[in-house]
Design a protein around this ligand. Sequence first.
Ligand SMILES: [Zn+2]
Length: 207
Amino acid sequence: MSDVKFVVCHECDLLCREVSLKVGEAACCPRCGAKLFHHNRSTLDQTLALAITTAVLFSIMNTFPLMALHLQQNTRETSLFGAALAMWDRDMPVLCLLVILTTIAAPALQIGIELYILLNIKWGKHPQTTSLPMIVLQKLRPWSMVEVFMLGLLVSLVKLKDLADIIVGPAFWSCAGLIVVSAIMGSMLTPRHVWMWSQERKSHAHL
Ligand SMILES: [Zn+2]
């Protein structure tokens, strides 16, 4: 097998010869200028550790109360899911479903798939069977909008200060942490890295 590797531009399909990069550098397509890949030091173990961190932060975010709703005389503390259900009770079913989809269901599925891919490459019997989960992950990422929700939360903190307060506690800080960690995950768990890690695993298995 030749040592020369090729990479296809995902924008214009130009076949480019792969070049070796220094850490922090990126390779761009010579025809259309699209970024082909960048080099960072992320390893499978680091990415797996980060994926476990997102799972822990996500669990904390959904367990502890995130909001205090003021209802007449009393105040009720509620988690993210509880807040979404409160919207259902106030005849806002579309908003309720949208919040559940973008801040609970999609991130949960995303974290689950990320863990599945990484654990499968690390210890699975068939480390190559990650293409379908990877495609699903790429489609799912735009629907997972914890950061958009966080922004909405901060706006509502100012706008609705008579109706609800944000509880700056474990759930709030996990949400903030989750935004940062998910952004880093997005740059580490790329199809190219997944391909490289599975190839490494395969070559180790044949030694
Ligand atoms: Zn191109």
